[in-house]
Design a protein around this ligand. Structure first.
Ligand code: G3P
Length: 219
């Protein structure tokens, strides 16, 4: 399973990259705004800075919502760096644009997926990734993980190469559940990724090992 970090914060991206387990980054307009990145030149420079940190897979989301504008914006984003994956919303013109990008060798991430039918359409259009938002479904008392399971079944039934990028992850248990269900990728905040490190028995066990070693060494 690939690990992406869901942030536009360069320090957090560097920290995850330094951990040696990072496969990519997802951003969205809200995450860019959170970092205070506004204006085309700043946004472009920020995407380039992210691409300089990571090895591959930097999702950059279009703001446009009409076909011609999505194509123009997506092409400009893709031209920034070969690591860029053009993130396109799950709307009618978005699906048409994903088909165009696929036919023209541009990688895509279809975002704001909340149903298996939406994921199926994006896969038909040839999306590289679909991003089901499991946390936001959980937030409205709908089973987000059940959506991951349904999409996995459908993609496997037909051998769609589109990868399931589980998004809107809230914590480490979401990550483990996605791994059990066969999601191809998770994208999560740094806190959810580093929470995977933690277990109280690891901490107490290590403390005991170090204390025993010190005692035996006469320290
Ligand atoms: O990047 C898309 C998705 O991961 C957003 O997550 O936490 O805003 O629901 P969240």
């Amino acid at each position: 399973m690939k690990f992406f970090i869901d942030t536009a914060n360069l320090d957090q991206i560097k920290e995850a990259q330094d951990l040696g387990i990072l496969d990519g980054v997802t951003t969205n307009p809200s995450l860019m705004a959170k970092e205070g990145i506004t204006g085309e030149a700043n946004v472009t420079a920020h995407y380039k800075a992210i691409c300089d940190i990571v090895d591959d897979n930097v999702s950059a989301e279009v703001i446009a919502t009409t076909y011609d504008e999505i194509i123009a914006e997506g092409k400009a984003l893709a031209a920034l760096n070969p690591k860029i994956v053009v993130k396109v919303p799950m709307i009618k013109d978005g699906i048409k644009a994903i088909k165009y990008f696929t036919d023209n060798g541009i990688k895509t991430n279809c975002t704001l997926i909340f149903s298996a039918g939406q994921a199926l359409l994006a896969a038909k259009a040839g999306a590289t990734y679909v991003s089901p938002f499991l946390g936001r479904l959980d937030d409205i008392s709908t089973d987000g993980l059940a959506l991951i399971e349904d999409i996995r079944l459908i993609f496997d039934n037909y051998g769609y190469p589109t990868q399931i990028l589980a998004a809107s992850i809230r914590g480490p248990l979401h990550i483990v559940a996605c791994a059990k269900l066969g999601a191809d990728v998770i994208t999560a905040p740094l806190s959810a990724i580093t929470a995977l490190l933690k277990h109280p028995l690891t901490d107490s066990g290590l403390a005991t090992f170090l204390a025993d070693h010190a005692k035996a060494s006469g320290k």
